[in-house]
Design a protein around this ligand. Structure first.
Ligand SMILES: *Cc1c(COP(=O)(O)O)cnc(C)c1O
Length: 416
């Protein structure tokens, strides 16, 4: 693999493992490789470190350590929550989720649909927000669980999950939130939020891939998804991924410590990047609410250009960004998130997500801003979608932009 400099603007896809995390993990890959479930001291010692990591991850979300179940990833956590809700309530066969969830939810729910369960995929407003009255009116006597993400991985838009949790509680329905994008960016307090289940994935917070967790509120009936040994207090079979668990614990501490920086310095970098693009590159639009979103994410539509072409040109310079979700790269379908927000397929296909993190610097943003306008101009010069291109029908750019801004402003104003 090449080792030249990478300008990394894809922190919502995965993050660099923090050196502090690696350092914490190494002893568990070298010296302390015992099985934490073994009775002898060589195993029991390791068990203590798993417990300590569990306490650290619990502290990140203000839970009790006994409420934390380590899993293999965010996908498994999401699947497990919905699976358990259906398994412990066999008479309830209806699940409510949203049209903009990560594929970890969308595809699992589509699978359930094929198996005879009923799924409601709630629509979103043009700014990516959700109408909570619709959540309430969609709940039925046979609804087992509502699963709604906290922060969208493509746009950064936040759902009002405390309000959704309150609705679910009042109706006696379980509530799960995919909070994978939030550590280090938002303060997480499961007690204040009142969710029954909450998912995290360590590789989104500077720990390795292949480790996640599911918060399961105390006294919630639980049916394991991975069935095997008695690990995780009987809630998830499989020998503990000790090194990754210990790394996750350290990363949880770092995430808590980086909250302020993410909300000041990283937010400042994001705002400068977004503001400069919108004000200096013509025919660009921000996708999603400006105010109700993560501090690190911006999703921008470059009209009359294919995002895939932009990304290829950026890649040649060592700049990493993405069009929608990493999981859909390679397919030409527009992002399901942007489509659900009502973007035309053309605009959705012209949209790029830049997601920043604590390792980004002003120089990274300068480098991107130096090259991006030229890339867009070059691609537009070749693009038959360009309104100035001789083959194109007349297209009123200003009117289109005004309409887009108006749609988003209106859906914000409509919020209760
Ligand atoms: C990355 C991501 C996931 C999946 O996590 P994995 O650990 O990669 O399975 C789920 N939900 C959201 C919002 C994500 O960003």
């Amino acid at each position: 693999m090449s080792t030249r400099k990478v300008y990394y603007f894809d922190n919502n896809a995965t993050t660099r493992v923090a050196p502090e995390v690696v350092e914490t993990m190494v002893p568990f890959l070298t010296e302390f490789w015992g099985n934490p479930s073994s009775a002898y001291r060589f195993g029991a010692e390791v068990h203590k470190h798993v417990d300590a990591a569990r306490a650290r991850v619990a502290a990140l979300v203000n839970a009790d350590p006994r409420e934390i179940v380590f899993t293999s990833c965010g996908t498994e956590s999401n699947n497990s929550a919905i699976h358990s809700a259906l398994a412990v309530n066999p008479s309830k066969r209806h699940v409510i989720t949203t049209a903009v969830e990560h594929s970890a939810n969308i595809n699992f729910c589509e699978y359930l649909q094929k198996r005879g369960f009923e799924i409601t995929f709630l629509p979103v407003e043009p700014d990516g927000s959700i109408d909570i009255h619709l959540v309430e009116s969609s709940i039925r006597p046979d609804t087992a669980i509502v699963s709604a993400m906290w922060a969208n991985n493509e746009t950064g838009v936040l759902f009002p999950i405390e309000e959704i949790a309150a609705i679910c509680r009042s109706k006696g329905v379980l509530f799960h939130t995919d909070a994978v994008q939030t550590p280090g960016k938002l303060k997480i307090d499961v007690k204040a939020m009142g969710a029954d289940f909450l998912s995290l994935s360590a590789h989104k917070l500077h720990a390795p891939k292949g480790i996640g967790m599911l918060y399961v509120k105390r006294r919630t009936k639980y049916q394991p998804y991975v069935i095997g040994g008695h690990q995780e207090n009987g809630r998830r079979g499989g020998t503990e991924n000790v090194a990754n668990i210990v790394g996750f614990g350290r990363a949880a501490e770092l995430a808590m410590a980086s909250l302020a920086e993410e909300n000041t310095r990283v937010r400042g970098l994001r705002d400068r990047l977004e503001g400069t693009i919108l004000s200096t590159i013509p025919n660009t639009l921000r996708n999603g609410s400006r105010d109700h979103r993560l501090p690190n994410t911006t999703n921008i539509c470059f009209e009359f250009v294919e995002a895939e072409a932009i990304l290829l040109k950026l890649d040649l310079l060592g700049i990493c960004a993405s069009s929608g979700s990493a999981c859909t790269t390679g397919s030409l379908d527009p992002s399901h998130v942007l489509s659900a927000m009502g973007l035309t397929p053309m605009r959705a296909r012209g949209s790029v997500r830049f997601s920043l993190g604590m390792y980004n610097t002003d120089e990274d943003v300068d480098f991107l801003l130096k090259h991006l306008p030229g890339i867009i101009a070059d691609l537009r010069a070749m693009s038959p979608l360009n309104p100035e291109h001789p083959d194109n029908d007349k297209y009123d750019v200003e009117a289109a932009r005004a309409k887009h801004e108006q749609d988003m402003a209106q859906s914000l104003g409509d919020r209760p």
